[in-house]
Design a protein around this ligand. Structure first.
Ligand code: NAG
Length: 251
C-alpha cells in the first residue's frame, strides 16, 4: 500500500505546486482514514474471532456439564448436586491379581477403604426444593445446621449403592457374618435381598453401554475390562456430601 501511495505522489509532482499541496493533504486524509478503517476492520474481526473461540470453549465445557442437570430438568427431577457433576474420560485398570485391590479381602485396611467411600453423611433438602422430589410431606425433617431452617433429610444414592455392594462383599466372606447389620425388624437376609434388588434396578436403570472386548492369552479367552469410559467425578460428589453434612445433633 505504501508503494502505491509513493507512486501517486511522484505522478502528481508534475502539476502546479498549490494543486500538488492540496492533492497531498487530501491524499493524507484519505490515507489516514483508510488506515483507520483498516485498523477498525482488523480489530472487529479480531474481537469476533476471539469471541467465537471463547464461546466454542465455553460450550464444549458446558455441553458435558449440562448433561446431568439437563436430563433431570427435562424429566422434572431434582438433585442438589446435578450442577456439580463433572464428566471425564477414564481408563479402567482392574487390579492384577484381583485380590491386590484395596477393596478386595477381609482385613482392616480393606474395611477402611470401603468406609471411606460408603460412610458418608446425609444432607438436607430445603423446603423450597423438596416438592421437586415428589415425596410425601411426612418424610423425615431436620433443621439446617447452617441456617437453622427446617428441611428434609436426604442421602445420595451412589453411597447407598456402594454400601449395598460392601454388604454383599462382607456376606461373601463367612468370617464377616457377625458384622452384618441386622435388627428385629430387618434380618440379614432381608438386607441382602434388598441390596441385590437395589443394585439390579440401578444397573438396569443406568444401562451402561460401554464396550468391552476379549483377550486370548493362549490358555483361554478372557474379557478385557481395561476399556476407556466416561466417568462422573466421584471425588467432587463425595466432597460436596462432606461439605453439606447434617451434623449428628440435627439428625
Ligand atoms: C491372591 O490371588 C492369587 C490368585 O489370583 C492367589 O494365588 C493368592 O494366594 C491370593 N492371595 C491372597 C492373599 O489371598
Amino acid at each position: 500500500m505504501e508503494k502505491q501511495i509513493q507512486d501517486y505522489d511522484d505522478a502528481s509532482s508534475h502539476g502546479d505546486e498549490n494543486t500538488s499541496f492540496l492533492n497531498n493533504s487530501v491524499k493524507d486524509t484519505v490515507r489516514r482514514n483508510s488506515i483507520k478503517y483498516l485498523l477498525l476492520a482488523n480489530l472487529f474481526f479480531f474481537v469476533m474471532s476471539a469471541l467465537t473461540l471463547v464461546c466454542a470453549i465455553y460450550m464444549q465445557h458446558s455441553k458435558a456439564s449440562y448433561t446431568t442437570a439437563g436430563l433431570l430438568d427435562e424429566f422434572g427431577l431434582f438433585s442438589p448436586v446435578a450442577g456439580l457433576v463433572e464428566y471425564q474420560r477414564s481408563q479402567f485398570k482392574p487390579a492384577h491379581p484381583t485380590n491386590s485391590s484395596t477393596y478386595v479381602g477381609i482385613d482392616a485396611a480393606v474395611d477402611n477403604a470401603w468406609d471411606d467411600i460408603t460412610a458418608l453423611p446425609d444432607h438436607i433438602i430445603s423446603a423450597e426444593n423438596f416438592p421437586k422430589l415428589d415425596r410425601p410431606a411426612t418424610s423425615v425433617k431436620v433443621s439446617d445446621p447452617k441456617t437453622g431452617e427446617m428441611g428434609y433429610r436426604a442421602g445420595l444414592r451412589v453411597f447407598r449403592q456402594l454400601q449395598c455392594l460392601n454388604l454383599l462383599r462382607m456376606a461373601s466372606h463367612s468370617n464377616y457374618a457377625m458384622k452384618l447389620p441386622h435388627n428385629e425388624a430387618v434380618t440379614v437376609r432381608e438386607n441382602l435381598d434388598q441390596c441385590v434388588e437395589m443394585l439390579r434396578m440401578d444397573l438396569m436403570c443406568l444401562s451402561d453401554v460401554s464396550v468391552f472386548t476379549y483377550n486370548d492369552n493362549g490358555q483361554g479367552i478372557a474379557a478385557d475390562y481395561e476399556s476407556n469410559r466416561v466417568c462422573r467425578n466421584f471425588d467432587t460428589i463425595k466432597q460436596w456430601t462432606k461439605d453439606n453434612a447434617i451434623s449428628s445433633a440435627s439428625r
